[in-house]
Ligand binder design. Structure first.
Ligand SMILES: *[C@@H]1O[C@H](CO)[C@@H](O)[C@H](O)[C@H]1NC(C)=O
Ligand SMILES: *[C@@H]1O[C@H](CO)[C@@H](O)[C@H](O)[C@H]1NC(C)=O
Ligand SMILES: *[C@@H]1O[C@H](CO)[C@@H](O)[C@H](O)[C@H]1NC(C)=O
Ligand SMILES: *[C@@H]1O[C@H](CO)[C@@H](O)[C@H](O)[C@H]1NC(C)=O
Ligand SMILES: *[C@@H]1O[C@H](CO)[C@@H](O)[C@H](O)[C@H]1NC(C)=O
Ligand SMILES: *[C@H]1O[C@@H](CO)[C@H](O)[C@@H](O)[C@@H]1NC(C)=O
Length: 483
């Protein structure tokens, strides 16, 4: 990699921080044991089902906008999951005629629009069917069959189908109870339907999209499996939000205890799933910083990257196979701006993750605990654009405290390090993020190169409350050599 003049200046700037008193950390990657694997579809995105019915017009999202298309392609390949609370109130009407109740109906034209977009940007479409279409206590597949038939006639590809959204909280939301074992039976019948419907035998069934898995939900999920869900699901999903968007504080976003809360959620979800389905991939099927639309002015700013990047690190290390970000568009937790479609800080973070972070995951040890530094390591993603050699390692770090932090790597002495460090342009609630001090923007609807700077020093120093990626191109780790 060529080291440019501006890169050299950057190195100098960053190294000058070393003069500031701060925290010194030594970090070691446990390279002899791969603890889990992810693939290139690990990060997916969502759109909420409430955007489907006619009066919404996708909430303003223009699938034909060159900017939206360029940004979507920047994430490809990528799952797009459409689901959410509204999904369990929706009816598909292929012609879109004679709908008295437009707020609860979506049409063939709407289905065409999203499927055309997904095909054009090389995404993979997952859709959540309405499980509250019920007859005599069971799910009624009549309307779903209409959708499947329409979808086949048009030749669209589905990467998966879900049935119902957050069934564990139906009593509070819809004043309806579908208990775990009943839902398991509904899924069983749904799987049987797909197996016998031409074109859908191999379509993955994804669910049950639990709102959470703790407390009474643990038993709900267990009942779901024993009720028949265990034989139906090809991917197991639950959702996760750290806190309520209406009450969230800025400090929550750098709170390492709040970050750790995800560990126990995933432990519980895995524990219950593994009893009946030890091999079925487990996903965070819908997840973001805060529920109820995100925290305005926080969930779409630089600081949101702490919870997002830490979630990706935890989920990958704990063996989850996908994390679907609520959401690509709309609300305060979107990856792109609602009005301008401009990319927000978490968009850039996601693109960097997709470009740099490869499949094999390692554990990391640090000389201080994880309230000072949070560190994750994978093999580097093989890519033509960066030209990293097999054997290369990518690490990512979060520095949640205010302390300037110097990190050393005793196992990689005298090795070059490519630095991709992200900082805010004007404070933690900045809407603009800088990569190695260069603010990131689209130019003519084209993503910039996202270049690192290279340093040969064994110690790198970064400001407090920041995060980023480091690549060790010459790490020569055996577990990464065959990638
Ligand atoms: C449909 O939704 C729109 C807003 O999306 C609302 O203004 C209108 O009152 C709703 N109509 C019905 C019949 O619920
Ligand atoms: C679950 O619901 C079904 C159908 O309503 C009912 O037959 C069954 O008894 C319920 N099971 C439990 C454990 O409540
Ligand atoms: C981390 O270490 C600090 C002391 O450096 C201590 O105060 C804190 O309680 C520790 N946190 C955890 C989560 O162990
Ligand atoms: C951070 O450390 C605490 C205390 O040792 C532990 O419970 C938690 O799981 C750790 N978090 C992560 C993400 O590893
Ligand atoms: C952007 O596109 C316009 C029109 O095609 C062109 O004139 C301009 O030079 C481009 N700007 C950059 C920075 O590439
Ligand atoms: C340095 O930063 C302050 C303020 O964020 C914290 O209170 C300290 O705990 C922190 N020190 C370390 C070692 O992380």
């Amino acid at each position: 990699m060529k080291v440019t003049l501006s890169a050299l200046i950057l190195v100098t700037t960053v190294i000058s921080h070393t003069a500031t008193a701060g925290v010194n950390v030594s970090v070691t990657v446990l390279t002899t044991q791969v603890v889990s694997f992810i693939d290139e579809l690990f990060i997916g995105v969502t759109l909420d089902a409430h955007l489907l019915p006619a009066p919404q017009h996708w909430g303003g999202l223009d699938f034909n906008s060159p900017k939206v298309q360029a940004l979507a392609k920047g994430l490809a390949p990528c799952y797009l999951r459409i689901g959410g609370t509204a999904g369990d109130g929706l009816t598909f009407d292929p012609t879109g005629h004679g709908t008295a109740d437009v707020n609860h109906t979506f049409t063939g034209a709407t289905w065409d629009a999203v499927n055309t977009f997904v095909r054009d940007v090389n995404w993979k479409f997952i859709f959540g069917l309405n499980v509250l279409k019920r007859k005599e206590g069971h799910w009624d597949p009549t309307n779903a069959k209409e959708l499947l038939q329409y979808n086949s006639e048009k030749g669209y590809q589905l990467a998966g189908l879900e049935l119902g959204n957050e069934p564990d909280i139906f009593p509070g939301k819809y004043h309806i109870t579908v208990n775990g074992s009943q839902l398991g039976m509904d899924f069983y019948n749904f799987k049987k339907l797909l197996k016998t419907t031409p074109g859908y035998a191999a379509t993955p069934v994804i669910g049950p999209d639990m709102a959470s898995v703790t407390g009474y939900r643990t038993q709900f999920l267990a009942d779901f499996f024993t009720g028949g869900g265990d034989k139906a699901v090809d991917r197991i999903t639950f959702h996760q939000y750290y806190t309520n968007g209406h009450t969230a504080q800025l400090s929550d976003f750098t709170d390492s205890k709040l970050m750790d809360y995800l560990v126990s959620i995933i432990e519980t979800g895995l524990h219950v799933s593994r009893r009946t389905n030890p091999l079925t991939p487990v996903w965070l099927g819908e997840t973001s910083s805060c529920y109820d639309g995100g925290a305005p002015g926080i969930s779409d700013r630089y600081v949101a990257g702490f919870l997002w990047l830490d979630k990706l690190g935890i989920a990958a290390r704990m063996g989850l196979k996908a994390v679907l970000r609520q959401d690509f568009y709309a609300g305060s937790y979107a990856l792109i701006d609602t009005d301008t479609f401009d990319p927000l800080p978490d968009y850039w973070l996601t693109v960097l993750y997709k470009r740099l972070v490869g499949g094999s995951v390692f554990s990391v040890e640090a000389s201080v605990n994880n309230s000072t530094i949070r560190a994750y390591a994978h093999c580097t993603k093989p890519s033509i654009s960066y030209g990293y050699m097999p054997g290369s390692v990518t690490m990512y770090f979060l520095l949640p405290t205010d302390n300037t932090t110097s990190i050393t790597f005793p196992q990689f002495p005298d090795q070059p390090v490519d630095v991709f460090w992200l900082t805010p342009v004007d404070g933690l609630t900045s809407k603009t993020v800088a990569l190695n001090n260069d603010p990131l923007t689209l130019v003519n609807n084209t993503l910039p190169e996202l270049k690192p700077y290279r340093t040969e020093r064994n110690t790198v120093t970064f400001p407090g409350k920041s995060f980023g990626f480091l690549v060790f191109p010459e790490a020569d780790v055996a577990a990464c050599s065959s990638q």
